[in-house]
Design a protein around this ligand. Structure first.
Ligand code: N01
Length: 541
């Protein structure tokens, strides 16, 4: 099924093939069409939204507040109203349909069309793209907009395939829905997806068993409903808000880190700042307190202790409290992405909810009727795999991209991932990544990054067309230099101390390196510098 065009057959030559109809893919389609390029978007899902299409598990909602988390184009926000500050996945899906309608994008999007192979033709300087629905294209440029979470990670749990109950990964939840009502549910994993599923399952599951390996440091969401009147009033300031969002430090209009060390103030002042950030909710406690939280262990510990005490105050059982919010931090605060919660900690006071520490007592196997750890057995009707993603690079390897000499991403990055500015890699001419590895991805947010990084991509393609270039390729030296620069930034922070997906460390065997660039403003400056200097580090011909 496609939206708009007849899916059968060959599209012939297009200027740009885009993979993915999430924020980045839609933005590229909108802007490149405006610039006069022909564009085709291939999307594996049956609708737009990317992660917001696939992650339809009960309780899924975004952790970045609106209106920051939306496109800045007035024709989109003018008639759009949210119901909540942190919208749910169904509301986000409606938003994506609104975007597609308002910008009239549908005719160029091919849904249920997974890119299965893309080969670079050295003679024509074009990508031959083949898809699961039979649509093909010969594209001058291939823009990979698959996001960081396109490939779910399922750990190697012995016996998982023999489980006879219901089993879903959060990112492959049935689109038709699956409730927890009256079931004995086991949730494996306590990252952002696990937190949200647990909150929901605790309401109606007969029994909920949460298998925790590492405690999440979940922050108070401080959810709020939003009225039409309040949004109408706020819209008077949207143009200015989006202008600020796009300026240094970039990505959030109202999350500004203080230019003050946590160690330079006394405890009372520190707590005042922390209380204020806590009350504002969302990522404020992570990203808008002191300037050395993520670089100085002592400063970081003050954040952790504040979070721990806030959290433990809500837990009735001291043993459960010690597992969920240990006396000493299991990793530095904020070096794994903090999830947002509404009543995650409170549900552990309920009689139908149990916590199992699978660090101390690891899962040994999944049986046809449940889960067995070294010491205990749990009978379950349903297993939820909230085990995250082969993030940043995993989704890319699924596309069957063959660059020069048939090289795949997996081959090029076998020992370590390296991309020039997080947008291009040697051996893959005319291919640009948006929201990809070694760009600000996880430290920016979808719509903002789609616009900020996206404009650079639009400018680059326009520059090539205007100057008569048909080929752009990164150099191995530039890839290596950017990757080393990312390493240097990682070394100056505490991120390396956590086994997180930021570091590729959640998937066994993956090279361990910082896969996201933590400085949005520095990144944008580098992009601008590169364009202004005539694209050093790239070969244009
Ligand atoms: O994945 P995760 P996620 N046995 O990797 C555990 C975004 N997101 O899907 O920490 C037992 O964070 C693993 O344990 P450990 C957001 O950016 C956003 O939750 O490796 N447990 C961990 O607890 C987020 O950061 C939203 O020890 C195992 C969990 O599985 C990112 O996506 C919502 C295990 C995986 O946590 C990823 O979040 C959802 C095993 N063998 C997601 N293997 C919002 O916007 C893994 N685990 C709110």
């Amino acid at each position: 099924m496609t939206s708009g065009k007849d899916p059968a057959g060959h599209l012939g030559q297009v200027d740009v093939a885009v993979v993915g109809a999430g924020f980045n893919g839609l933005y590229q389609l909108y802007r490149l069409r405006q610039e006069g390029f022909s564009v085709a978007v291939f999307e594996a899902g049956a609708g737009p939204g990317g992660v917001w299409y696939w992650n339809c598990y009960p309780g899924a909602r975004v952790d970045s507040h609106v209106p920051n988390y939306e496109f800045s184009m007035e024709q989109i926000w003018r008639d759009w109203y949210w119901t909540e500050r942190f919208p749910s996945q169904p509301e986000l899906q409606r938003y994506f349909h609104h975007v597609v309608d308002v910008l009239a994008l549908a005719p160029d999007i091919y849904y249920e069309t997974r890119v299965e192979n893309a080969r670079f033709d050295e003679t024509a300087n074009r990508w031959s793209v083949e898809t699961s629905s039979g649509v093909t294209a010969e594209a001058r440029h291939l823009l990979v907009c698959t996001g960081f979470a396109a490939k779910p990670y399922v750990p190697d749990l012995p016996g998982l395939e023999r489980f006879e109950g219901i089993c879903h990964h959060t990112a492959r939840w049935p689109q038709s829905g699956q409730s927890f009502d009256g079931l004995k549910v086991g949730v494996i994993g306590t990252g952002a997806s696990g937190v949200q599923v647990v909150q929901e399952a605790a309401k109606t599951a007969a029994e909920l068993t949460v298998f925790q390996r590492t405690p999440v440091m979940a922050l108070a969401m401080q959810q709020a409903t939003m009225s039409v009147e309040e949004q109408d009033e706020a819209k008077l300031g949207y143009a200015e808000m989006f202008r600020v969002r796009n300026e240094p430090p970039g990505s959030f209009a109202d999350l500004i880190r203080l230019n003050v060390s946590a160690m330079s103030v006394d405890e009372a002042e520190r707590n005042r700042v922390y209380e204020q950030a806590w009350a504002r909710g969302g990522f404020h406690f992570w990203a808008a307190t002191f300037n050395d939280i993520l670089t100085n262990e002592q400063a970081n510990r003050t954040s952790y202790d504040f979070w721990r005490d806030k959290t433990r105050a809500r837990l009735q059982d001291p043993a459960v409290a010690e597992l969920l919010a240990p006396t000493d931090p299991p990793y530095p605060f904020g070096t794994k992405r903090p999830s947002l919660e509404q009543d995650y900690y409170d549900v552990f006071n309920q009689p139908n909810v149990a916590l199992v520490d699978v660090k101390a007592d690891p899962i040994s196997e999944v049986t046809p009727v449940g889960v067995r750890t070294a010491d205990r057995s749990f009978e379950l009707d349903m297993i939820v795999l909230a085990t995250g993603f082969d993030a940043n690079t995993g989704g890319l390897s699924q596309l069957g991209v063959e660059g020069r000499n048939g090289m795949s991403f997996a081959e090029y990055w076998a020992d370590r991932v390296q991309l020039n500015l997080g947008v291009a890699a040697a051996g893959f001419p005319n291919l640009l990544f948006l929201y990809g590895p070694q760009s600000p991805t996880a430290f920016c947010n979808g719509p903002t990054c789609a616009e900020l990084q996206g404009e650079w991509v639009v400018d680059t393609l326009r520059h090539m067309r205007d100057e008569g270039y048909t080929r752009l390729e990164s150099t191995p030296e530039a890839d290596a230099a950017w990757s080393e620069h990312c390493d240097a930034i990682a070394a100056a922070t505490l991120f390396g101390q956590a086994d997180s997906w930021y570091m590729g460390a959640n998937v066994p065997g993956k090279p361990r390196q910082l896969l996201n660039y933590p400085l949005v403003d520095g990144y944008l400056a580098k992009l601008a510098e590169t364009a202004a200097a005539g694209y050093p580090g790239f070969e244009l011909s």
